[in-house]
Design a protein around this ligand. Structure first.
Ligand SMILES: [Zn+2]
Length: 479
């Protein structure tokens, strides 16, 4: 491993040096969506944050094994089925498709598996059966519940030590021994889907699925559990209680990685305020890669306040970085491959390498993308001001390497950096054709045929190429 990752752990409320249980493997479980409506920009942010974490781990030489569930049976899905003409099982199908499409569009790595609850009923029943056997669970009239009092560490993740702050599932208070016990299994209700099992006819409670499916695919102890900050209590607290009670491992999960809230113009995103932005709408409006860049540019634990002005700024920054990379890629093809640098060029090189270091340092410090993005912009200004005009292959190549490192983490510029296999040939041809057009334009201007000369300039601009007249010389850049 090159470099040490420091990561914030919600369990300890500290930044800790990251050390996986079984290096080089890093096992990650991400709490996925309940697919009963279109994923919104908050879900998208969460997914992109986990993707950035995975890419950081890969950059350090780890092998990540990341999975994420779909809660495809739940009260919300049943409610939606009652409100619409759809069958309950058609609802998750529709919204899982939507979700997978949008996370693919923003370039996320696919998860190793997206296990669904309805495909793991047998495993869940076994889990609940074992908790009953170990006396951590009891049967009521309406369901089977976890005995919170028996689990002494309850509240350790959310730092809620007072049982008065544990109340949950208050609609079934009369069926539970304690108001803070929670359902592992819900017995069937008329008109609702259920499974016939040895612990009774019914369906799983919400929390049990994540303990069951994570242990099935990752083992009884794993490295990172992620999800939105809103899941810390009760969901993740309950997952810990169930899993540590059954598997008798402490800690069940080593690092808890929680992603901050998304707000819209300073307000919480909610159905009642009518300000929910569906993920696809967000991506279509901004463009997939600028949207990805925008979501990454705020540190994952900070709240992200979505505003038109900050979106515009991010789009402009994205465009500036992209055009710089394009210019570099083109320059590399045409520059003389001499590696000799004079004294002042060596100073420029050192300054450039300092940006490499500062960018990586920010990422290794709890994936601080807020700082990393400002280093990236500062570096881009420096590259435009000093590196590209130097026309030195060594320096320009080093700038290319810088963006390569950035792209390893951000993954916003795959097309620009790697292009396609015909890239070199096409770039050389493009260079020559543009130089030819610049020559012709020069001739036309000499002949005072400004109309045609301007047509060349304007058409090139439409194609994404800017001509800059500097005295007698004309330079060109990608926009
Ligand atoms: Zn979960």
């Amino acid at each position: 491993m090159s470099g040490v990752l420091v990561i914030y752990n919600t369990l300890t409320r500290k930044k800790e040096v990251f050390e996986p249980v079984d290096p080089p493997f890093v096992k990650i479980y991400h709490c996925g969506i309940t697919p009963y409506s279109e994923s919104h920009v908050g879900h998208l942010r969460s997914e992109v944050a986990v993707d950035t974490l995975r890419r950081t781990l890969r950059f350090l030489g780890y092998i990540d094994i990341a999975i994420s569930n779909f809660t495809d049976i739940d009260d919300k899905i049943i409610k939606k089925a009652k409100e619409t003409d759809m069958r309950w099982d058609e609802i998750p199908e529709k919204y899982i498709k939507y979700h997978l499409e949008v996370i693919k569009e923003v370039g996320n790595l696919p998860f190793y598996i997206n296990p669904k609850v309805t495909e793991h009923i047998g495993d869940i029943v076994e889990f609940v059966g074992d908790l009953i056997k170990k006396d951590y669970a009891y049967k009521g009239e309406k369901g089977i519940y976890f005995k919170v009092d028996k689990f002494k560490d309850y509240g350790k993740l959310s730092r809620r030590k007072n049982p008065e702050a544990w109340g949950q599932e208050l609609d079934i208070l009369e069926d539970k021994i304690k108001p803070y016990d929670f359902a592992l299994w819900k017995f069937k209700k008329p008109g609702e889907p259920y499974w016939e099992t040895e612990i009774g006819e019914g369906r799983p409670g919400w929390h049990i699925e994540c303990s069951t499916m994570s242990s099935k695919y990752l083992g009884i102890q794993f490295d990172i559990h992620s999800g939105g900050q809103d899941l810390i209590f009760p969901h993740h607290e309950n997952e810990i209680a169930q899993s540590e009670a059954r598997f008798r491992v402490k800690p069940w999960v080593r690092y808890w990685f929680h992603i901050g809230y998304v707000m819209i113009d300073g307000e919480k995103m909610s159905k009642s305020l009518g300000n929910i932005i569906p993920a696809k709408e967000f991506v279509n409006k901004i463009g997939a890669m600028p949207a990805r860049f925008y979501l990454i540019s705020t540190h994952y634990r900070e709240p992200l306040n979505i505003k038109d002005s900050s979106i515009m700024q991010a789009k402009e920054n994205y465009r500036y970085i992209t055009s710089t990379i394009k210019t570099i890629v083109t320059a590399l093809d045409s520059l003389d491959r001499t590696y000799y640098l004079n004294r002042s060029e060596i100073i420029l090189w050192r300054n450039l390498l300092e940006y490499h270091k500062r960018f990586v340092d920010a990422i290794l410090n709890d994936i601080d993308t807020t700082t990393a993005t400002s280093v990236l912009l500062e570096a881009t200004r420096f590259i435009n001001r000093e590196i590209i005009p130097s026309e030195k292959f060594t320096l320009v190549y080093s700038a290319y390497e810088f963006y390569n490192i950035v792209n390893n983490i951000y993954a916003c510029w795959n097309d620009v950096i790697y292009g396609n296999s015909k890239g070199t040939l096409h770039t050389k041809l493009t260079n020559k054709l543009i130089e030819l057009l610049i020559e012709i334009r020069k001739e036309l201007r000499k002949q005072k045929n400004y109309e045609l000369a301007d047509r060349i300039r304007n058409t090139l601009r439409e194609l994404g190429i800017n001509l800059l007249d500097k005295g007698l010389k004309t330079e060109w850049r990608f926009i």
